[in-house]
Design a protein around this ligand. Sequence first.
Ligand code: BGP
Length: 490
Amino acid sequence: MGTSFPKGFFWGGATAANQCEGGWNEDGRGPIPLDMTLSGNKVTPRFTTMQLSDGRVVKVAPFAPEPEGAKRVVVDGEYYPSHDAVDAYHRYKEDIALFAEMGFKMLRMSISWSRIFPRGIESAPNQAGLAFYRSVFQELQAHCIEPLVTICHYDTPLYIEEELGGWSNREVIGLFDRFVQTIFTEYRGLVKYWLTFNEINSQLVAKTFAPEHAAGMMQKSYQALHNQFVASARAVRAAHRIDPDYQVGCMICSFCDYPLTCDPHDVLACQQKAQNMFWYCGDVMVRGAYPPYAQRIWNDDRIELAWGDGDVEDLKLGTVDFFSFSYYSTSCVTTHEGVEKDGAANMSLGVKNPYLEYSEYGWSMDPIGLRYLLNEIYGRYQIPIMVVENGLGTTDIVEPDGSIHDPYRIEYLRAHIEALKAAIADGVDLRAYTPWGCIDLVSASTGEMHKRYGFIYVDRHDDGTGTFDRIRKDSFYWYKKVIASNGEDL
Ligand code: BGP
């Protein structure tokens, strides 16, 4: 092909605090909604246990409206995956040593907001929380691994969600300001790359999962998203003020779709889905203003956004330095009836593509789509890009001799790295690749442990048993070789 990965390319992996740390109530950390949510079974995403105002305890399905006045509660004897997760809070040094052994140049990780501000509203940060991440960053620095830090990865403090009404309340922007300014000041010299919100567009899927509650939910979701756009833009401005070397990116979940047929209705529906679910966020965060088609979206969903003084200016002046996204699978869009839908717990929300193979979780595997999407994004924005999540979530088997053979994972990642290489040859300015769950961790959509992505296996199981021992899978040795050859030896 001629073109290869550039020198200094950031090979690495990605994690998130709530899915790997555990230590949910240690050293002053405050709870987040996910700490109060039960693991579901294989096909049912997590339920939330809530106490009604009359004292009764009920389980509330994902995306269902929460009963008035109900509070999330933790019930004795039930298993909450985030409480211990894979115990990275206590084992991060061992984990970082393993990442270094693979040759990682970058680790995408997140800071748990409620370790720093337990309820989100305190006027002074929790020193133990600050010290924890300082120690993690120093450990990474000692191993020459560059952190890429997600500031908010699905873990807004519970207090903000329950008492303040979450992100649809504008006040939260100010609380986020204080949080980001604290960490930007604290970690100067230890961190350079930041992402504001993980998969900021994911809150838009509620409509498709729960159409019966769509009206009120969408008004709330779009307002919450607007407030996050403003908070993110203000964070970019604060970062550049505090340290001109800071680079801040957006992080968007890739809804990458194809029209199922060449019926123009399908083609138009596909274009509109991409605008609604993907470009809507990228356009605001990269270009600094809502795109013209936003008006169509607001009209369709009868959205009326409340704007604050200064929002227009913040959005305009707080555009991101680079674009990042998660990529797992693609989907199809059709206006025709009777076509089979994608698998459960799959955010792509489309119909099956007859040309693709599917994982056991019903996620399509489409490396060509990655090259296609990278070209689409770069053609539109022409700013550096990082692919900060990608991978195959599946069951792994530990052999009697302790080895783990995962050729399916190697095959998936190899094909996707080839697609990255092809996109670079197409002219895309790609800077980093951090596959998801580089060490096994709790699944976001199912709360399971046995949906594994890692190069490193963790002995932890769906019922909460296990030793937390770390074991190198075959893919560990393969990825090490890939990194050592800068993507040549696949
Ligand atoms: C993304 C999230 C991650 C992660 C990943 C895999 O949407 O940003 O937090 O978990 O998906 O999804 P899952 O864990 O549901 O397999």
